[in-house]
Design a protein around this ligand. Structure first.
Ligand SMILES: *[C@@H]1O[C@H](CO)[C@@H](O)[C@H](O)[C@H]1NC(C)=O
Length: 184
């Protein structure tokens, strides 16, 4: 009885995890409506915002800005680095831009306003593949740790790693249980 209860709660947990991870999200760029502008400080604030978020295939980026004064250009890495506005991949100037992230990898955006990219109005968004998101949830094995980490590895980090590995193994077992239930 206890074991069937356990697999039921595990099933719920896994279904919750699967739904949570597959639900497409809309990200308002910069976290607020006035964020697509030259950052007030020299720190790369739009990219800091991006680094604190997890973007997945199917999510969308949303920009709100004054259509008369600004625009959003999706560009190549080279154009991003040199703030080259001359031949963007896509140009959006409607003031309420939505870009769906349809593939994993890096997306590069710069402002179309004169001189704004040079002053930091630009954004890199890295979209995780499904495999990465499964790994983040502990449902897929982490990449093997490098063997040449050196002698400076504290024993606790080894213990933590094997605990994590055990947890991942337990979750994989749970996944098999779920598959068995579904295939029955
Ligand atoms: C900007 O990009 C275009 C198209 O790729 C290129 O022809 C041009 O030389 C670039 N301009 C600068 C200043 O790099």
């Amino acid at each position: 009885m206890a074991s069937s209860l356990n697999s039921h709660s595990l099933l719920c947990l896994l279904i919750l995890a699967i739904f949570t991870s597959s639900e497409a999200k809309d990200f308002l760029v910069g976290g607020n409506e006035n964020a697509w502008r030259v950052p007030p400080t020299t720190t790369d604030s739009l990219n800091q915002w991006a680094e604190n978020n997890r973007f997945q295939v199917g999510d969308s980026l949303v920009w709100k800005y004054d259509a008369g004064k600004d625009s959003v250009l999706q560009v190549t890495r080279e154009a991003y680095l040199s703030c080259n506005k001359s031949s963007p991949i896509a140009e959006h100037k409607d003031g309420a831009t939505v870009v769906e992230l349809r593939r994993s990898g890096a997306y590069y955006f710069i402002s179309g306003a004169e001189g704004a990219c040079e002053e930091g109005e630009k954004l890199i968004v890295v979209v995780l593949s499904d495999r990465h998101s499964l790994r983040a949830l502990g449902l897929a094995p982490a990449p093997a740790p490098a063997e040449y980490e050196g002698p400076a590895v504290a024993p606790t980090s080894g213990a933590a790693r094997s605990t994590a590995a055990a947890a991942a193994a337990a979750l994989s077992t749970g996944m098999m249980v779920v598959l068995e239930i579904l295939l029955r």
